[in-house]
Design a protein around this ligand. Structure first.
Ligand SMILES: NC(=O)c1ccc[n+]([C@@H]2O[C@H](COP(=O)([O-])OP(=O)(O)OC[C@H]3O[C@@H](n4cnc5c(N)ncnc54)[C@H](O)[C@@H]3O)[C@@H](O)[C@H]2O)c1
Length: 424
């Protein structure tokens, strides 16, 4: 007699056993897609979030510590919607437990965290499905931009720029105030972060926007890079086909040891690949902006955008539209042949479902897997390293170190609270 498990990816039902970590805020945006699977476990450091979550997923076991939740028996997949400073830890632990992982952006808040997750992912790729929550990637415009760049609509690609204009300035960590409400495990919220006293201001935002209460502090996030910057750089990254830069340079407002910069720009040199020559990539945030190609075009009207410079013109894009500006006397577009409809990159469909499909068949691709996404965030985080040392640094992508600026290496990683290990 053949017995079949009732649940899990090998079950007759073919439903996956899912753990959701961070059940409120961004977690709510995942309820519809995970409810098509078996949600067997829920984890949140705030027990007050469980009653509502259990109304939707009544059969789930609840946990307050993600380390214990990951050992829930029979798990197939985990969705991570916690604070940025826990993402690389949970993602790495989950991969090591052979779980499929969907991790909200950003995948990491230091260069080393990005590299650690990628190293584990390299050993699991093809067997486990991964996706970083850059769901705007599913907008068809992302691939239309990519096709135009690849097909030579602006000639040979030379440089690419992305920017975001969100500005949330804070003077420093909030001072000690009040005590955590009953059932809120502040020690677990801090997790691997060094201790900072409780203050309700870290938890004052609405659902899905509370990250704007903590993501600018060095110990809890990476500022704009982990916030809208991840989405906007994704628009650029999808088109340029880059991995790691050979140098990083950055400048911005004065360094604050508590808070990541609001105003900052970083520049990276990337080597040639098989379809283009070397390029530079730049990231601008908090009011810093690339120079517009024409005085009549006001780039500041695009809050989060990308621009590509080629030998024959510019392409400017936001998340759902694009424009081409042929530039120079011979920029007559005769060199550009639009793709036939049937040769266009197919839409990826529903972003979360693309991941669930790959969980069932990990040979299927996901658009923002931990390879693509870890290279992207490593580059951006390297910009913060250059900002902190205050000069242009060389980067050796093989070792994750700066050969000419050893003082930069200390900023590739960060201090963690005792007892927390990313490689657990
Ligand atoms: N993809 C997007 O468009 C998008 C949009 C908003 C937020 N996000 C990302 O989602 C994440 C969460 O943002 P948010 O605004 O929902 O934050 P939040 O502070 O509201 O936290 C979400 C939930 O996670 C819980 N939580 C926090 N740390 C935890 C931990 N260590 N273990 C278990 N539960 C924990 C909180 O109690 C809360 O219920 C962030 O990383 C943010 O970047 C992504």
């Amino acid at each position: 007699m053949i017995t079949r498990p009732l649940f899990g990816q090998n079950a007759a039902s073919n439903k996956l056993n899912v753990l959701l970590i961070g059940v409120w805020g961004r977690g709510l945006a995942h309820y519809d897609s995970i409810s098509e699977e078996n949600v067997v476990a829920l984890c949140d450091v705030n027990e007050a979030r469980f009653p509502d979550a259990l109304k939707r997923f009544p059969n789930a076991t609840t946990y307050v510590d993600w380390r214990k939740a990951l050992d829930h028996k029979g798990l197939d997949a985990v969705v991570i919607c916690t604070t940025d400073h826990t993402h690389a830890f949970i993602a790495n632990w989950a991969l090591k437990r052979n779980l499929h992982v969907y991790c909200e952006k950003p995948l990491a808040i230091t260069v080393n965290e990005a590299r650690t997750v990628r190293a584990t992912w390299e050993t699991k790729k093809g067997k486990l499905a991964t996706q970083v929550g850059m769901q705007r990637h599913a907008q068809p415009n992302f691939n239309r931009v990519k096709e135009l760049i690849r097909d030579g609509a602006i000639g040979e690609l030379k440089a690419a720029y992305a920017w975001g204009n969100r500005q949330i300035a804070r003077p420093g960590y909030f001072p000690e105030e009040g005590t955590p409400p009953k059932g809120f495990h502040y020690d677990l919220w801090l997790g691997p972060a060094p201790f900072h006293p409780y203050n309700p201001a870290y938890f004052s935002g609405g659902a899905g926007a509370n990250c704007l209460s903590w993501n600018m502090f060095w110990d809890f996030g990476a500022g704009q890079i982990g916030d809208m910057g991840s989405h906007t750089m994704d628009l650029l990254w999808n088109a340029v086909d880059a991995k790691l830069p050979t140098s990083a340079d950055a400048k911005g407002e004065a360094m604050n040891s508590d808070v990541t910069p609001v105003n900052c720009e970083s520049h990276f040199e990337h080597p040639a690949n098989d379809w283009r020559g070397p390029i530079t990539i730049s990231w601008y945030q908090g009011g810093a902006m690339p120079r517009s190609p024409r005085p009549s075009i006001d780039l500041t009207k695009i809050g989060h955008g990308a621009m590509f410079k080629g030998t024959k013109g510019f392409l400017i894009a936001d998340f759902d539209s694009r424009m081409i500006i042929p530039f120079g006397d011979d920029a007559d577009m005769s060199y550009y042949k639009p793709r036939k409809k049937e040769d266009m990159i197919p839409d990826l469909g529903h972003f979360q479902k693309q991941w669930f499909d790959a969980c069932r068949d990990p040979s299927k691709p996901t658009a923002c897997d931990f390879g693509y996404s870890s290279y992207m965030i490593e580059q951006m985080l390297l910009g913060l390293v250059a900002y902190r040392v205050g000069k242009k640094i060389k980067y050796d992508g093989a070792t994750g170190t700066s050969p000419d600026t050893p003082e930069a290496n200390v900023f590739m990683t960060k201090e963690y609270s005792k007892g927390w290990n990313i490689d657990g």
